[in-house]
Design a protein around this ligand. Sequence first.
Ligand SMILES: C[S@@+](CC[C@H](N)C(=O)[O-])C[C@H]1O[C@@H](n2cnc3c(N)ncnc32)[C@H](O)[C@@H]1O
Length: 319
Amino acid sequence: MKTHIHQDEITSLSKDFLQKAQTAKDLKTLNGLFSEFFADQRFTNMLDYAESSKKHWKDVKNALRNSLAPIYKESGSWNHSLSKPFGYPGDFAVLEHVYDQKIHKATKSSLGGLIDLWGSSRSLPTAVAERKDLLRNYLENQARLDLPDNRVLSIGCGAAREIRELHPHLLEKLQLTFLDSDERSIDYALNALKATLFEYSIEKVVANGVSDDLSEVLAGQKYDLVYSFGILDYLPEKYAVRLIENMKKTVKPDGKILFCIKDCTKFDAWFYDWFYDWRFVDRTRKEGTELAERCGLEVTREFSVSEGVIIIYECVLDH
Ligand SMILES: C[S@@+](CC[C@H](N)C(=O)[O-])C[C@H]1O[C@@H](n2cnc3c(N)ncnc32)[C@H](O)[C@@H]1O
C-alpha cells in the first residue's frame, strides 16, 4: 500500500508513545505522555501535512489510527466511538459514559481504563457534561414556574440524563414529551426513570426532528419549552434551519426555545475527528446567534459553558 510522506514519522512517534504508555499506572502519567505526543515535532509535521489537502487529512488519520490501534482497542470508549454500535456518532450509550466520566464496560485492561478516563476529561466531553448540568438547572427553574400545564418537548432526547437528574417532585410538575429518531434511546431513558419507582407519565414519540413535520407528528400540540441538545452540531445550514423551524412550530407563542452549538474556535477539531470520529459542522458563537436570528428567533440569553466551548441559546419567537 502506498502511503504519504509522513508515514515513517507517524510510525516512529506512535511506537515511542506506545512503549511509554504501557508503563503508565495513573491518569497524570498518561496525561503527560499524551501532551508530549501532541507537542512532538513529528506530530506538528503530521498536522501541517494533513491540513494541506483533504486527501492528506484522510491518509494521516488512517495512518495514525492504525499505528495507535494497539492501545485504542483496549479502551471501550475509544472503540465505541469508532465502531458506532448504534450506527451513528454521539449515541445515548456513549453519552452516558461522557456524563459519568467512568471506565467503559467493554474496556479490557487497566491501561484501557486510563485511556477512557483521559478521553472523557478532554475539553469537549467535559463541556458536554457541563451543558447537561446547565440544562438540568434550567429545567428545575422551568418546573418551579407557575404554569397551567408546563409542557416540555425534548427533540433528540437521547437518554434524557438532564431529566433523570431532576428531583422527582420537580419532575412531576412537567408534562414531558421525549422525541428521538432512535427508539432505543427513549426506551433506555424511560426504563431508567421506571427504575426510580416514581410514577411518571411521559409521552414517547419516535420521529425525525429534521425531516418530519413535527406539528403533524405531535397533532398540533404546543409546548412551553422546546429544546434540542446534540443534533444541531451535525447539521449543515439547510437541515439546521429545518430543525429550528420544527421547534418554532411546536412552541407556544410565549414559550421558550433552547438549542446549543459547539464553538469551533474553542477546541481542536482534528483531535476529535482523528481520535473519535466526531466531526461537527463548524460554527462560532456569533454564527449560532445569526442562525437563530435568520430563523426568526430573538435570542434572549446566551449561556457559555466550559469557557465558551459550548454556547446555549435561549430564544423566543420574534413576533
Ligand atoms: C448527541 S445525542 C444527545 C442526546 C441528549 N439530547 C443529550 O444531550 O444527552 C443525539 C440524539 O439525537 C438523536 N437524533 C439525531 N438526529 C435526530 C433527528 N434528526 N431527529 C430526532 N432525533 C435525532 C439521536 O438518536 C441521539 O439520541
